[in-house]
Design a binder for this molecule. Structure first.
Ligand SMILES: C[S@@+](CC[C@H](N)C(=O)[O-])C[C@H]1O[C@@H](n2cnc3c(N)ncnc32)[C@H](O)[C@@H]1O
Length: 504
């Protein structure tokens, strides 16, 4: 049996021995190295016999391989590869792209462990992504172009396991809510006897804003209809995956929109939420309003003038429209005439220069467009890609605004001043059946606050983000919570999810 116990937990690496890499290179390659306790635990979970051959598909400086040298590591970075050669001479290292290697290797493994790179879709592009997608599609997992790299890494790694094999990996907490993570969970439940997801509240990587969870799967070649879910306050070494799990059926997980985060809540809170969702009296925001992003100028400083500057330049009043520039403008409630007057009195840069593509541009405005600031503005990406560059598209006067990134939860306010709104806020247009007054009243209900936590997603740094499609799912009801006990349950649930996203 392996000798990986608490007794030999001397640090594998000190910071000085970790291969040097700049912050941007780290981000581009996802090279964030895993703490010792996590490395040793994941290897202990995955390896059952000394003779087991282990795969680490993105081995970095080889810290997983060192714990179990009977292993194969793949790493694209040559510098890291030479460190691995020195540190774990017994392991076999393949330098290059994992997906290209995985597509051709004939070797199969008893187990796999590691920490795949979390490279967001904007950077996970080109041939590597194509190779990843091709390979995963072969195994029945289809990833959208919005997928982060870790998702196909896990699927491609699992496909290299022998029958009965197991794997243990660090994963981003996004596995608990991101739509692109659903194909990974679908895949592992269809291919393993047992699947366990372990959320860890204390940060595994204190230097990253991103939270990390752990994924363990055993019995490759089998299948399961449930996901074992084991939330931990903090991680400490364990030779076996932690016990005390909640069995979440795959069906139930799908009913929660393919999200595991709601299972951080008590069964009581989930039940109350599910009853409210089923009630005929409950509405979703999308039933009564259209939620979208605000307009994009491409050069906010240029297009939003201070009243004093507009006067000095001689811009006609009819071409200026008061605008909500960001979520902070919504902090004090309704955007009304008095609020706009106070922005104007404070000479805030809130007057949008609103020019239509067809109308003639007055001489004073033409002078501003041709000023040095205007020449800079027209070179920005958005301005270069529209004709004419100075006509900001999609400017509408919504019924309300929604702040979509906040610590305390999104604010919905009405827009009686008929302002327009930038893409730093969501714009809300009522579609039918409800007034803005009624909607803002419902928005103040604790059920809605919980719904924002459940339907939105944590963004790191204590922030909650609600995309338009998530906002459309937010529940509205002032009848679902009937008793003080229910209210207490809902408030407790809000506090739980805030704690998990580190909002103090
Ligand atoms: C999060 S680090 C993990 C390193 C190591 N497993 C650990 O946890 O300490 C991810 C590693 O993946 C490597 N990597 C990124 N894309 C890769 C690819 N397509 N093929 C192989 N390695 C890759 C990066 O160079 C980086 O060293």
């Amino acid at each position: 049996m392996k000798s990986n116990t608490m007794d030999n937990l001397a640090p594998l690496f000190t910071p000085e021995t970790t291969p040097a890499s700049g912050a941007s290179r780290q981000k581009a390659t996802g090279a964030y190295y895993t703490p010792d306790l996590v490395v040793r635990s994941l290897v202990a979970w995955a390896v059952r016999r000394e003779t087991d051959r282990m795969l680490d598909p993105a081995c970095g400086d080889g810290r997983f391989l060192m714990v179990h040298p009977n292993s194969v590591g793949v790493e694209q970075d040559p510098e890291s590869c030479s460190v691995v050669h020195e540190r774990s001479p017994g392991s076999l290292i393949h330098q290059g792209d994992f997906f290209s290697w995985a597509a051709v290797t004939r070797e199969r493994f008893e187990c796999a462990a590691g920490n795949p790179p979390f490279i967001r879709y904007q950077r996970f592009t080109g041939e590597v992504r194509e190779a990843a997608q091709r390979l995963c599609e072969k195994y029945g997992a289809v990833f959208s172009s919005l997928s982060s790299s870790w998702a196909p890494f896990l699927v491609a790694t699992a496909s290299l396991l022998k029958s009965g094999g197991c794997m243990a990996f660090v994963v981003p907490a996004e596995i608990g809510h991101a739509p692109y993570a659903a194909p990974v969970l679908e895949y592992v439940t269809k291919r393993f006897d047992r699947v366990q997801v372990i959320p860890v509240r204390d940060k595994l990587f204190p230097e990253l804003s991103e939270d990390c969870w752990l994924l363990y799967a055993e019995g490759f070649g089998g299948c399961t209809s449930e996901i074992w879910f084991t939330p931990l306050e903090r991680f400490s070494y364990s030779a076996r995956p932690p016990r005390g799990s909640l069995a979440v059926s795959v069906e139930e997980w799908k009913q929660w929109n393919g999200r595991l985060r709601p299972f951080l809540l008590s069964a009581e809170a989930r039940e109350l939420y599910a009853i409210a969702a089923d009630s005929r009296r409950t509405r979703r925001l999308g039933d009564v309003a259209r939620v979208g992003i605000g307009y994009v100028t491409g050069a906010n400083e240029f297009f939003h003038l201070r009243p004093s500057a507009a006067k000095r330049l001689g811009v006609p009043r009819r071409l200026l429209h008061p605008a909500v520039r960001n979520g902070k403008s919504l902090a004090n409630g309704c955007v009304d005439r008095a609020r706009v007057n106070s922005w104007i009195a404070d000479d805030e840069p809130v007057m949008l220069l609103r020019l239509s593509p067809e109308a003639e541009v007055p001489t004073e405005v033409r002078r501003y467009l041709d000023s040095p600031a205007g020449r800079d503005a027209r070179e920005t990406y958005k301005c270069r890609n529209r004709d004419p560059w100075y006509a900001v598209p999609d400017v509408t006067v919504p019924d309300g605004f929604l702040s979509y990134m906040s610590g305390d939860g999104p604010k919905l306010v009405s827009n009686t001043a008929k302002c327009v709104g930038t893409n730093s806020v969501h714009v809300v247009h009522l579609t039918r059946e409800m007034s803005m007054g009624r909607l803002t009243k419902l928005w103040a209900e604790p059920l809605t606050a919980l719904s924002c936590e459940i339907e939105g997603h944590p963004l790191g740094g204590g922030m909650l983000k609600v995309e338009p499609r998530e906002a459309a799912r937010v529940m509205l009801s002032d009848t679902a919570i009937r008793t003080d006990k229910d209210r207490e349950t809902i408030e407790g649930a809000i506090a739980t999810l805030k704690r998990w996203r580190h909002y103090v």
